[in-house]
Design a protein around this ligand. Structure first.
Ligand SMILES: [Zn+2]
Length: 469
């Protein structure tokens, strides 16, 4: 049996790998009483690290029926990998307890989107010790397609956290053939590690609740329930007595692609600025009503799946007359109301781009749009680019938008920002912002700063617009 087959493509529960020699006799018996989950020795072909060969290692997989808890691994200081929490994802795990190294690939069901997201916890770390994370691209495939390029899963720097709240970058990883190796010294018994700063449905709920507690003008509400019954948290912001018909309509959504966690932090930064004491934020609250959804695809985000290109199609290919996903149905209904009122002023869909990309906007080809939409769109891009590109520390951004027309994707009409452009008001500005994820400033602070600057650009743009009649 190849260990690859045993481990592959699972979002695992708990895996404990211990050095055989260091296990007490009684513990060995305890582990051996679960023969179906023991791999007596690592298969040669699964090892890229030659130093492991010949070492007697027992792999215990507790995900099958949750037989074994992490604390039953009683070898001295075994490293354990835990992935039984919201948003976690990891596959094909091998732990070398002597080298203090965890080898893995992203987990996730490829039917539920690109398997490039990874997020798990490592327990059993000693004080001052360095551990290594050895990451390779997922080998999971859909039908006979080639596996996803490993670069999507391999940030230059991995993200880690001791408390699950403050997220830091590791030093740059080092490539070694198919592997990317990150080294870190967490100085804590446990460390969370991830592709980028995680942002789960629970994070979104905590965020909208915090904004509502902070500001009487912010309401924590729900867009809808997902197909799997999860709440889709939404922040709704408006201040003062101005009638609804006279307010600008502003819609901001992130995470139609679940693996793109950075985009949710951009959305959070937008919301934080919006409820802040900044005089321009107050103006925006008083002249607009703002709908902000930090996570659209809550189900794939909660389950650690990639989301992008999910079957039958992902959230950002679902903006058709008959949407498959509840979130799109609900968003279309509310946006349709804004369009009906002539108030669909600014629609922003937030994403993270390819591994080598800087930040940029996606737009429809110029020849598909007419005035005033075209000039207003260019004006908004100019205002946003001017702010975001001047941020310190730098978030690299291109001032050249890219085009998502008929040559981009067969379902291009069902991409949200295109759909809103084509079904909006003549003055609607509808854009997709891709925020760079593979830079040293692609951190929670960097992403939130992008969001704050984007929100300030929305205010600046709307302040130039005539009042609603
Ligand atoms: Zn995306």
């Amino acid at each position: 049996m190849k260990t690859e087959n045993l481990f592959a493509q699972k979002n695992v529960g708990v895996i404990c790998v211990v050095d055989h020699a260091s296990i007490h006799r009684s513990d060995r018996r305890a582990i051996r009483s679960y023969p179906s989950v023991i791999v007596p020795a690592l298969h040669k072909t699964t090892l890229a690290n030659g130093s492991l060969l010949g070492r007697s290692i027992i792999v215990v997989l507790a995900m099958l029926g949750g037989i074994l808890q992490a604390n039953h691994c009683t070898a001295e200081d075994p490293l354990t990998v835990v992935a039984d929490f919201e948003g976690a994802s990891v596959g094909d795990i091998l732990v070398d307890d002597v080298a203090r190294c965890v080898s893995f690939m992203p987990g996730g069901d490829p039917q539920r989107g690109w398997p490039c997201w990874w997020y798990f916890r490592v327990d059993g770390i000693k004080p001052n010790e360095a551990i290594a994370l050895r990451l390779r691209g997922s080998t999971a495939t859909v039908e006979k397609k080639k596996p996803l390029a490993a670069s999507w899963a391999m940030p230059k720097r991995a993200t880690y956290s001791i408390d699950g709240v403050t997220w830091l970058h590791t030093d740059e990883g080092k490539r070694d053939g198919q592997w990317m190796i990150y080294t870190l010294t967490p100085n804590a018994a446990s460390v969370y590690v991830a592709w980028g700063p995680p942002y789960t449905p629970q994070t979104a709920e905590v965020f909208v609740d915090a904004m509502a507690a902070k500001s009487p003008h912010a309401e924590a509400t729900e867009l809808c329930r997902s197909r799997e019954g999860r709440a889709v948290p939404m922040l709704y912001v408006r201040e003062g007595e101005l009638e609804t018909e006279k307010r600008f309509g502003v819609w901001v959504q992130a995470r139609q692609h679940a693996w793109e966690s950075g985009s949710s932090w951009v959305a959070q930064g937008f919301g934080e600025w919006l409820v802040s004491d900044d005089a321009n934020a107050a103006w925006l609250r008083q002249h607009a009503e703002v709908f902000l959804i930090p996570i659209m695809d809550v189900d794939n985000t909660a389950t650690g799946n990639g989301g992008k290109n999910a079957v039958p199609h992902d959230h950002n290919r679902d903006w058709s007359p008959q949407p498959h996903w509840n979130e799109i149905m609900a968003a279309q209904r509310r946006i349709g109301d804004l369009v009906g009122d002539g108030r669909m002023d600014v629609f922003l869909d937030l994403h993270n781009p390819g591994p080598g990309d800087t930040s940029f906007f996606y737009v429809l080809p110029r020849d598909m749009l007419s005035e005033p939409m075209l000039s207003l769109r260019d004006r908004f891009i100019d205002l946003a680019y001017t702010r975001i590109s001047k941020m310190k520390p730098l978030i690299p951004m291109s001032n050249k938008p890219r085009v998502t027309g008929s040559n981009y994707h067969p379902l291009w009409r069902q991409i949200s920002s295109n759909w809103v452009s084509m079904n909006g008001n003549p003055h609607t500005v509808s854009l997709c912002l891709e925020t760079v994820w593979n830079s040293e400033n692609s951190t929670t602070a960097g992403y939130r700063a992008v969001g704050a600057n984007l929100a300030a650009a929305v205010q600046e743009y709307l302040a130039e617009r005539p009042e609603k009649p």
